[in-house]
Design a protein around this ligand. Sequence first.
Ligand SMILES: [Zn+2]
Length: 206
Amino acid sequence: MEFSSKLLENAVYHMSQLPGIGKRTALRLVLHLLQQPVEQTSDLSRSLLALREEIKFCSNCHNISDVALCQICANPKREQDVVCVVEDIRDVMAIENTGQYIGLYHVLGGKISPMEGIGPQDLTISSLISKVGQNQIKELIFALSSTMEGDTTNFYIYKQLKPYDIKISTIARGISVGDELEYADEVTLGRSILNRIPFEGSLKAT
Ligand SMILES: [Zn+2]
């Protein structure tokens, strides 16, 4: 792509670094911004920079939060000893939308994936194990997507928790294999949490 302006080229380059945005789309977005009032661009830039610089992660569940303890963990009405293990904030949002779950979450920040070079130490697994070790958790519910990476991650955590007396369940799979939680419909997802099954049983079934 030949550009008549270095400024334009730069902006298109940085826009195209985002996932799913090719050079053509990046150019379209940048040209769109050029047609809008300058405030739109400054608001966009400022909000992204503030997000990046000021974002916090909840000290208990590692979910994205504006304060040290997120509003889910800080809510006394939630069951503090039931913890749903999810990959990221999109899963928290999907499960919250069902209105069916009143426990807490533990956000792993990804899944174990040797292909992508993501190991257990890159996730918040040790913090989860230490919460279990401190007897803070009565039941753990696995709600990772049922991909190979999700299954590997579940199994890794399950093995780490062998020494502890804790109930481990997994969401019932009305959701077909490979579906991401965020795309599951609310009724199906809500039901699969309520009808969760013992994790060991799910191992024998496969
Ligand atoms: Zn939290």
